[in-house]
Ligand binder design. Sequence first.
Ligand code: PMP
Length: 407
Amino acid sequence: MSETMTAAAPDLFAKFDEIIQIRENLLASGVEDPFSLVMEKVLSPTRAICNGRDTILLGTYNYMGMTFDPDVIAAGKDALDQFGSGTTGSRVLNGTYQGHREVEDALREFYAMDHAMVFSTGYQANLGIISTIAGKGDYIVLDIDSHASIWDGCAMGKAEVVPFKHNDIEAMEKRLKRIPEGAGILVVLEGVYSMLGDVAPLKEMVAVAKKYGAMVLVDEAHSMGFIGEHGRGVAEDQGVLDQVDFVIGTFSKSVGTVGGFCVSNHPKFEIMRLVCRPYVFTASLPPSVVATAATSVRKLMHAGNKRAHLWENSRRLHGGLTELGFTLGTSEPQSAIVAVIMPDLQRGASMWEALLHEGLYVNLARPPATPANMTLLRCSLCAEHSSEEVETILGMFERAGKAVGII
Ligand code: PMP
C-alpha cells in the first residue's frame, strides 16, 4: 500500500488554530470573555442583568426600543394563542399565514412600494436576493466594507464580484466603466455601515450607478425606522429612494424581533417567491414573530418623536466622547452607532471589561467584522435611553478610559 493512501487526512479544524490561539491568549490575560456574555434577565430595551449586575445596554440593535412595546408584545401573545408556536413549513407550501401577508402589507405601506417579501432573517434576505438576481455572467459592484451576508450572497450567485474602496464614488465609477457592455450589473450599497456608523453618499452613488445602467440594492438594516423623515432609511433621507431597485432590511434591529425583507417596485418582483432558494427552502417565521413585526412596523410609521430623541442621544454621546478624548469612527454623528476606536485587542478587551464592571454593555468588535484590522467598542443608542442615562454612560466611559489608560 502506498504511503499516501495510509497517511491520515488533515484535521479539518487545523484552519482555526490561529483564532483558537488569539482567543486563548485573550482569556489567559484574565479578562471576562467578551464573546459569551449572558443576559440573565432583560428588564427593558436599555437594561439587563448580566453576570449578576444591573447593566445599561449600549450594544444592541434595539434602536427604536420596540422590544418591550406593549402593543407589540400583545400582538405576539395573541398570535401565539391563535396560530400556535410555528408554521413548520416553507412560505411556498404550508408556511404562509395571514400574519405573513399582514407584515408584507405593513412593509409595502411603510416604504410606499409595490412589493415586499419577508425572509426568516436579514442575512437570508441578502443571501437570497443577491444570489438570485445576479448570477453567472452578471457583475456585482459593491463596497469593500459590505456586510458578510452581502459577500455570501455574491459568492452563492457566482456573478463576477467587483469591490471598490469604502464610500469612494470615483473608485466605484472606475469599476463600472470597465464592465463589458451588455452585462447585467447590480450595485450593492448600505445606508449605514454598521462598524463605524458612517453613512454612504447614496445620492451620488445611485446617480453614478444609473449612468451605467446598473440596478441598485441598498441594505438599510441600520437606518430603517430611524433615518429619513418616515424612517425609510438613508435613501429616503438623501432623496433617492425612488431610484433604488431593491431595499433590504431586517426585523432584528429597529423593528425589535427577527426576520428580513426586501421591498421593490420591479414589475416582475413576485417571481422571486418561486426562484429564490433562501426563501423557498427554509421554514417561514413563526406567527408570533410576524405579528410583532407587523405591529412594530406600523408603529414606526408614526415615530417622529422617538426618532428625534434618538438623534439627540446619538449627538450627545458622540460629542461627549469626543470631548473626553476618545477617537471615534466618524468625526460627526451620522447614525445611532458610535464606534470608539481602541489601540489594540488587548486594551479593547480591558476597556470592555472595565465598562462592564461599571455597569455598561457595549460591543467589542474585531476583524473580520471590522474594517482595516480595527478593534472597536461599538456603542449603539436606543430611543429609550433617557438623557440622564446618556450622561451616566459618559461618566462610565471617563472612569473606565482613565483606569485602562486610553484617555
Ligand atoms: N445587513 C446588515 C448591514 C447587518 O448589519 C446585518 C446584521 N447585523 C444583517 C444584514 C443581517 O440581519 P439579521 O440579523 O436579520 O440576519
